[in-house]
Design a protein. Sequence first.
Length: 131
Amino acid sequence: DIDSLEDLGTARNLGPDRTDVLLEEGAVLYDMEATDDARKRFDRIIELDARHPAALFFRALCRAKAGDEPGSLADLDLSIEAVDDADARFNRAVLRIKAGRKAEAAEDLRKVLELSPEYPRAREILERLPQ
């Protein structure tokens, strides 16, 4: 288990292509708003495993932050195909609303509430969408 920066460094030395280490590094870099560096980690994971749901999800966040909403949607689609996840669906719903695809966004939000009934904001946004 990677529980500290020291563990992360030790794990990194064991193998530069360990997806668990790359994912942890990418998440830390993303939280530090170093999205370009974070994205490099997620890109590498996806090179190793094209259907890695967490890497696709985080890369989608990086792409959205960089203004690449179509790329972000594509990554979220692949992430959801691999593992149906409330966070990925919620983020896809937000991007679909921005793109004017409100009916599809409503579908995602309903699925978010099915997967995670207490999901913050999903119900609120769904109630505000035109039916």
